[in-house]
Write a protein that binds this ligand. Structure first.
Ligand code: SAM
Length: 269
């Protein structure tokens, strides 16, 4: 596609392009870019965020699934030596191959239809990043940054908050995008915790227990977990973790989920 040709955005790829320079600058400011930084961008689209990232960072690697953008991006960035494009599906890409051993930053206006899958992938590959700044659908941003006790607090909030300090930095109107999407957006900053809240040996149990605990939100945690584990084991694990059997999942802090996962693991050993 030549630059002057008309590009038809694909809804399936979440192609709502950002065209407000103030928002682009605010995203880069949230990422605290420095010349030593290597930034991974998921989904450069027509490169509006890429351009701003390349000004602040030392190097940018942008991963785009839509190969129709290749000629356009190659032309637009012909003189930018610190930007490279990789054309592949980020969900199938191992991000460690882009790292030269140093921690990277990830900055992206995510494709919203696969944002949960990408967040889970970033959680699994968290060791690679010193900071993650992502634009998300506002409701997803509120969900992952939600404190306990709210309706929006769920397993994804607990998973991410167990490894990152999660902050909703600012909201963005749908009118900052073209085409205008049906939802508003928000930018979230994820800063890795020094170490995860759960013990290194109980990550798998932590995820399983958390997911099952939120499977029936109206039930007590004892009953939700009772659908998946032996009742006796659930009662013992709750009691050893010092968690009242009558509580609901949304009232538990991330630390309490970690304690509960630790108790399940000990009982099962
Ligand atoms: N960064 C651009 C901007 O802010 O204007 C575009 C953001 S747009 C919301 C999401 C981008 O992700 C699109 O360019 C889309 O083609 C790309 N994309 C969608 N699914 C992808 C995938 N699985 N892997 C890599 N890129 C993907």
């Amino acid at each position: 596609m030549k630059r002057e040709q008309v590009f038809r955005q694909t809804k399936r790829l979440g192609q709502n392009f950002l065209n407000d320079p103030n928002i682009l600058r605010k995203i880069c400011a949230a990422a605290e870019l420095r010349k030593e930084d290597h930034v991974i961008e998921i989904g450069p689209g027509k490169g509006s965020l890429t351009e701003h990232l390349a000004l602040g960072a030392g190097a940018v690697t942008a991963i785009e699934k839509d190969t129709r953008l290749r000629t356009f991006l190659d032309e637009k960035f012909a003189g930018s030596e610190n930007v490279r494009f990789v054309y592949e599906d980020v969900l199938g890409a191992g991000l460690s191959c882009f790292s030269a051993g140093e921690k990277m930053k990830l900055v992206s206006n995510l494709p919203y239809n696969i944002s949960t899958q990408i967040l889970l992938k970033l959680l699994d590959e968290r060791e690679l990043f010193s900071k993650i700044v992502v634009m998300l659908q506002k409701e997803v941003a509120q969900r992952i940054s939600s404190p306990k006790g709210r309706k929006s607090y769920g397993s994804l909030s607990v998973f991410l908050q167990s490894c990152f300090s999660v902050k909703l930095a600012f909201k963005v109107s749908r009118h900052a995008f073209y085409p205008v999407p049906e939802v508003d957006s928000a930018v979230v900053v994820l800063d890795p915790l020094e170490k995860p809240v759960f013990s290194s040996s109980s990550e798998k149990t932590f995820r399983t227990v958390t997911r099952h605990a939120f499977s029936s939100r109206r039930k007590t945690i004892k009953n939700s977990l009772g659908n998946f584990f032996e009742r006796e084991m659930v009662e013992r694990a709750l009691s050893e973790a010092g968690i009242d059997q009558g509580r609901r999942a949304e009232s538990l802090s991330v630390e309490e989920f970690a304690r509960l996962a630790g108790s399940f693991r000990e009982i099962n050993q």
